[in-house]
Ligand binder design. Structure first.
Ligand code: PLP
Length: 382
């Protein structure tokens, strides 16, 4: 039985030792002079990673909690909102905006399809929406949407743009200000290389001006904005996680965002090249933008859950199953955050061994080489 553990899911993701050391340091008081410089630095670094001058509000919460802050602040009962949904997380935002009483129009795609800005433009031409709710990286399918084009369509129609960037921020370009994204939501446990537990939301002046009447308290944006302005957290922050995130963001900014984006493109290429060389079928698109997670169809007659169980039991490797109707049908190889080439070749080699043992006729001995070659090609900047 394997004792060594490899975490290869698209969240939570592996955390660098320097981040873990900061998380494990003695706990500071959240209003002490020891902690305030850390808090201030993290808020500044989050703005840099979000590429925004807007306030980035930090909450002790998962990504869904940070997203709920957007819904609680922007949705008033009876208002019209539009959600673009092409997977599990799009459906979550349909459910959440509906739960807050919005009249929700859904531009819905089959899971695995890529949302199209012209479709959005056409739908908004038929009926207006106060806000358009987008998913940047739909982690359930591996599709990374063209948020820039989708946001432009929403802005042209006068809607506020809200983006779920939970699995994309820090992995693929997310230009909050340049693309006019009013609200960008993310979490600590994906490409930001930190443990789960912190949610963040970048909020434009336009979004602050559009807040509505839904009941809220902990997640009230204005309360946290005013408090952050004075570096006086309104509630007890998970200070250890904030200290860890400070180090993680420093690592990311020292690497350089563009360099990190290039690395993710190459990791995605390596994963797809390896999968194809095994003779398996990709579920996620075979394109550079799909740099967050590589979704793979299980070979016919094989339940992806058996592949996942075998990887865990034999090698201590954790990858993700499909969600919803895709459970048992696909498996997902993660590559966001603190990942390098060998995290990909390890996944590919282990999948090869496990599938061969399950009796699948995979091509032997070529996939790791294909992954190495996929990684080494220089990414071209769009
Ligand atoms: N949105 C996307 C695209 C995600 O990948 C996740 C991750 O699980 C979430 C939202 C929800 O985040 P959390 O699990 O931190 O609530």
């Amino acid at each position: 039985v394997a004792t060594k553990r490899y975490l290869f899911t698209p969240g939570p993701t592996p955390v660098p030792p320097a981040v873990l050391a900061a998380v494990g340091a003695p706990v500071l008081h959240h209003r002490s002079s020891d902690f305030l410089p850390v808090y201030e630095r993290v808020l500044g670094r989050l703005r840099a990673v979000c590429r925004t001058e807007n306030d980035v509000l930090l909450f002790g919460a998962s990504g869904t909690g940070a997203f709920e802050s957007a819904v609680a602040n922007l949705v008033s009962p009876g208002e019209r909102h539009l959600v673009v949904s092409a997977g599990s997380f799009g459906e979550r935002w349909v459910a959440m905006t509906s739960a807050f009483g919005a009249e929700v129009d859904v531009l819905r795609y089959a899971w695995g399809e890529t949302p199209d800005a012209d479709d959005l433009r056409a739908r908004l031409g038929e009926s207006e929406a106060k806000a358009v709710w987008l998913v940047h990286s739909e982690t359930s399918t591996g599709v990374v949407a063209d948020v820039r084009a989708l946001a432009a369509a929403a802005k042209d129609a006068g809607s506020i743009v809200v983006v779920d960037a939970v699995s994309s921020l820090g992995a693929v370009p997310c230009e909050t200000d340049a693309w006019g994204l009013d609200v960008v939501v993310s979490g600590s446990q994906k490409a930001l290389m930190s443990p789960p537990g912190l949610g963040l939301v970048a909020v434009s002046a336009g979004a602050f001006a559009a807040t509505g009447s839904a009941p809220r308290f902990y997640f009230d944006w204005e309360r946290t904005r005013e408090a952050q302005e004075k570096l006086d957290a309104p509630f007890t922050l998970p200070v250890s996680l904030v200290a860890g995130l400070d180090v993680a963001l420093e690592l990311l900014l020292d690497e350089g965002l563009e360099t990190a984006f290039d690395r993710h493109v190459r990791l995605g290429r390596a994963a797809r090249a390896g999968v194809k060389a095994l003779g398996l079928e990709l579920f996620s698109p075979d394109e550079d933008r799909s740099a967050v997670v590589t979704a793979v169809r299980a070979p016919s007659g094989i339940d992806s859950g058996d592949v996942i169980r075998s990887l865990r039991d034999r090698f201590g490797i954790t990858i993700a199953n499909g969600q919803g109707d895709l459970k048992g049908k696909i498996f997902r190889l993660g590559h966001i955050g603190w990942f390098d080439l060998f995290d990909i070749t390890t996944q590919i080699a282990a999948v090869e061994l496990v599938l061969a043992d399950l009796g699948v006729d995979v091509e032997r001995g070529v996939a790791v080489t294909a992954a190495l070659e996929g990684f080494s090609a220089e990414p071209s900047r769009a």
